[in-house]
Design a protein around this ligand. Structure first.
Ligand code: NDP
Length: 295
């Protein structure tokens, strides 16, 4: 049984990106810039944002953080995005979610220039993904990171049945659409399950590649998995653990102990999909820089 090591792959990728940034800097004298906007004090968001800034700096990109108070008006946020859209030193714009309730997430997503939308949330990017025009769009970093893992581990995907559990706009839907594309690490027959799906185990048991993006700890149990399947766990769930100093620990959507006993390959949580998400965000930022500079 293969443990798909997202931590290792993400470190390899970060080193590759660092080398690319250095070589592009030598040619152009410029480096990619990622600006992250955070509205409010959500602790998990603050931690994600710090991590993104740290990785950006490691790679040699310019990382800018704009912190706005929770009571920021939507108008001011849109104005800030508009300025970043027009700033040639900014190649990637990311507005950390969740946003305060008085701000409409779709309006904010639509305000970001699609060619700087390194999160791939803009409908233009999602639309191009659905059309299979990957050279012209940004793919959301989490699904893109999973594709990268499947590719680097040379997992056979052609014509396989991929079942995605979860249909969110940031993970499930782009993931399913990516696995559908005529790509080396995709080209699957795809089934999507969600909260209204009747008899989910009936579908998951048919999966050669099972991708869980549900948000419920241990949702996928061994009896829901076909022996020999490749299992990708996207979930990040916090459960109580008195043995930990923090009082909690992170687990995925898959019951790792049970499922790893019958799967042919599995991503752990932590150390699987999570580290890939940040690395692919950096890859998208570099891609944006290359597109803006004709590189
Ligand atoms: P959402 O809550 O937006 O979506 C969850 C999806 O799961 C929905 O489509 C929902 O169905 C479905 N679902 C919920 N309960 C059930 C159920 N009982 N049976 C079947 N389907 C169900 O979550 P996200 O997609 O944003 O994230 C999913 C998980 O991945 C979370 O744990 C999140 O923390 C994690 N995540 C991890 C990332 C990483 O980098 N590793 C990045 C992003 C997310 P319906 O649409 O019908 O409500």
């Amino acid at each position: 049984m293969l443990i798909i090591d997202g931590k290792k792959v993400s470190l390899d990728l970060i080193n590759e990106l660092k080398a690319s940034v250095e070589s592009f800097k030598a040619v152009t004298g410029k480096v990619p810039g990622l600006t992250v906007i955070i509205v409010g004090q959500d602790q998990a968001s603050q931690a994600y944002v710090r991590n993104k800034a740290k990785t950006c700096k490691e790679i040699g990109m310019i990382s800018t953080l704009i912190e706005m108070p929770a009571e920021t008006t939507q108008e001011l946020l849109l104005h800030t995005i508009h300025e970043l859209n027009n700033d040639p030193a900014v190649h990637g714009i990311l507005v950390q979610q969740p946003l305060p309730e008085h701000i409409d997430e779709l309006t904010v997503t639509l305000a970001i220039n699609p060619s700087k939308d390194v999160d791939g949330f803009h409908p233009e990017n999602l639309g191009l993904l659905v059309m299979g025009d990957l050279d012209k769009c940004f793919v959301s970093p989490t699904p893109y990171g999973i594709l990268e893992l499947l590719d680097r581990y040379k997992i056979e995907t052609q014509g396989k049945h991929c079942v995605v559990v979860g249909r969110s706009n940031i993970v499930g839907k782009p993931m399913a659409n990516l696995m559908l594309q005529k790509l080396d690490a995709a080209n699957c027959t795809v089934t999507i399950c969600h909260s209204a799906t009747k008899n989910i185990p009936f579908f998951t048991r048919q999966a050669d590649i099972l991708i869980a993006a549900v948000g419920h700890a241990g949702f996928i149990t061994a009896d829901m998995v076909k022996p020999g399947a490749v299992v990708i766990d996207v979930g990040i769930n916090y459960i109580d653990d008195p043995a930990k100093k923090s009082g909690c620990r992170i687990v995925g959507d898959v019951d790792f102990d049970g499922v790893s006993a019958i799967a042919s390959a599995i991503t752990p949580v932590p150390g699987g999909v999570g580290p890939m998400t940040i690395a692919m965000l950096m890859k998208n930022t570099l891609l944006s820089f290359q597109r803006f500079n004709g590189l």
